[in-house]
Design a protein around this ligand. Structure first.
Ligand SMILES: [Zn+2]
Length: 145
């Protein structure tokens, strides 16, 4: 293993300040005299700085609890909507089915009712789709970091 390979392995620890003074000095000495490793080191450092620049600061406990309660209320509201809409659709479907198999009801009334139920089902579906879309898009809207 050449000296450069050795140094490259140490660069990460050097940037993190994990090396002993002796090893650190060895890395610095090599970087001063070796353009290749110097370049590698500069690239590594700029990557590290890029990453740490993107990192969001750790939220405070207060921010955490606010965030969690926002998520919790959104989730329970979404689940409530979904269950309610599904239940309503099931009931409407069942009622329509009962009505449709009843021979004493006029066919015209059945067709009219089918249109009403079908329209209501479409409305429910559109509401459901809107809810799902809204949940997806505003998941992070109220979260302040
Ligand atoms: Zn080198």
């Amino acid at each position: 293993m050449s000296d450069c390979d050795n140094i490259e392995e140490l660069l990460s620890g050097y940037l993190d300040g994990e090396l002993t003074q002796q090893v650190r000095q060895r890395v610095e000495l090599h970087l001063d005299g070796c353009d290749g490793c110097r370049r590698t080191f500069d690239e590594l450092r700029s990557i590290r700085e890029g990453i740490s620049g993107l990192e969001t600061p750790e939220p405070t406990p207060e921010q955490w609890s606010r965030m969690m309660s926002t998520i919790a209320s959104k989730t329970s509201r979404g689940v409530g909507w979904t269950i309610g809409i599904a239940g309503g659709a099931l009931l409407a479907g069942f009622a329509a089915y009962e009505f449709a198999i009843d021979d004493s009801v006029d066919r015209l009334v059945k067709i009219g009712l089918a249109a009403v139920v079908g329209g209501a089902a479409l409305l429910l579906l559109s509401v459901l789709v809107d809810r799902l879309r809204a949940r997806k898009s505003d998941r992070y809207k109220d979260v302040e970091i």
